[in-house]
Design a binder for this molecule. Structure first.
Ligand SMILES: *[C@@H]1O[C@H](CO)[C@@H](O)[C@H](O)[C@H]1NC(C)=O
Ligand SMILES: *[C@@H]1O[C@H](CO)[C@@H](O)[C@H](O)[C@H]1NC(C)=O
Ligand SMILES: *[C@@H]1O[C@H](CO)[C@@H](O)[C@H](O)[C@H]1NC(C)=O
Ligand SMILES: *[C@@H]1O[C@H](CO)[C@@H](O)[C@H](O)[C@H]1NC(C)=O
Length: 319
């Protein structure tokens, strides 16, 4: 059955059964539904969910756009804002309820333009009726800003992964100040990649900062105080079996890592299983949980071929 027959939100029109073709043990069976297909050539890069359940998606390739998709009603998705002089948006993180930081740049993937020197952090306020978009800081020293995670909502600080410097930037979105704080001790490799990417996603969970190295296929963690400049050990949480992209956590501290056409679930002890939803999450780039009672056990996944997919994961509870 074609996925195109299944693009309508709100309707569980096709329970894509989980295939068992992938390496690694399979997670509990579940189903996936394509909620939205973006215009051709759109690379859906990252995702966040508003407190009201509306889904925000950042895009590359077909414009640096921030989209909003309603997972509950058949209303047309809207472009919240387009950065018309930029080619792509990458990471997104919620700073305070309904206020998000996003990364805009001249990054383009086909043909490849890394856009070093063009990276900027922007603030998008959605709590009023009209979105308010303002520049936080250009980071001209950045090489390739990718994932972003909220560090401390009180102080408005975020961590941003630089996939080419293989380090994290610590950015204060109130003052616009920024500094490089943590270098991944695992070197970048990835002989098959035209672009050897290191750290891709970053999230804070509990007292730790988690980040994954795409080239080395590892999930790492370091105590939060490392972002304030204190020396701290970087631990390997899990050796992954596939190249990894952005990720999210559930309330129990399991990580759900996109990348390589899968979602890999990694428990706090490092145990892993894989959700592989046939074609539906081909090119998975990031994931986020629903935030309402209707979709608290739904994991929304973005893909590089421009899809937003809902995976129902009954056995987990969203963070
Ligand atoms: C989008 O891609 C599909 C599938 O490749 C193609 O059939 C369709 O014509 C394309 N639409 C546009 C507007 O290019
Ligand atoms: C890009 O557009 C924004 C407004 O959307 C403007 O503030 C900024 O100066 C522009 N940057 C360049 C390099 O033209
Ligand atoms: C790397 O490329 C070689 C040659 O194209 C291929 O045989 C191999 O499977 C690739 N390895 C990975 C990890 O993709
Ligand atoms: C990851 O792999 C390295 C090298 O093979 C090994 O030393 C380490 O114990 C592994 N870590 C975990 C958490 O599996």
């Amino acid at each position: 059955m074609s996925l195109k027959a299944c693009i309508y939100k709100g309707i569980l029109c096709l329970g894509m059964l989980i295939s068992s073709t992938s390496a690694g043990s399979l997670c509990f069976p579940t189903s996936a539904t394509t909620l939205h297909t973006f215009p051709n050539h759109t690379w859906a890069e990252n995702i966040a969910v508003r407190p009201n359940g509306q889904i925000l998606v950042t895009t590359l390739q077909n414009g640096a756009q921030l989209w909003q998709i309603d997972p509950f009603h058949e209303t047309d998705p809207v472009i919240v804002h387009q950065w018309s002089n930029r080619t792509g948006l990458t990471g997104i993180a919620e700073l305070e309820p309904d206020v998000f930081a996003v990364i805009a740049s001249d990054l383009s993937l086909s043909p490849l333009t890394i856009g070093s020197g063009s990276y900027e952090i922007w603030r998008v306020e959605l709590h009023n009726n009209h979105p308010h978009v303002s520049l936080v800081a250009p980071i001209p020293e950045a090489k390739l800003l990718n994932g972003m995670g909220a560090f401390d909502r009180e102080s408005g600080t975020v961590l941003v992964a630089d996939s080419l410097l293989n380090s994290l930037w610590f950015v204060n979105t109130r003052t616009g100040s920024y500094k490089q704080v943590i270098h991944d001790p695992v070197p970048i490799s990835g002989p098959n990649s035209t672009l050897n990417l290191g750290i891709n996603g970053v999230r804070v969970f509990g007292d730790d900062i988690y980040f994954d190295n795409m080239g080395e296929e590892v999930l790492l963690k370091v105590p939060k105080y490392a972002a304030e400049g204190y020396p701290a050990p970087v631990d390997v949480v899990a050796n992954l079996t596939v190249a990894s992209d952005d990720f999210t956590f559930d309330i129990e501290g399991n990580a759900y890592i996109a990348g390589s056409n899968k979602i890999t679930k990694v428990s706090p002890s490092g145990a892993q299983c894989v959700y592989s939803a046939a074609d539906a999450i081909q090119g998975s780039t990031s994931a986020a949980w629903g935030r309402t009672s209707l979709d608290a056990t739904t994991l929304y996944v973005t893909t590089k071929i421009g899809r937003l997919v809902a995976i129902r994961i009954a056995e987990s509870v969203a963070n």
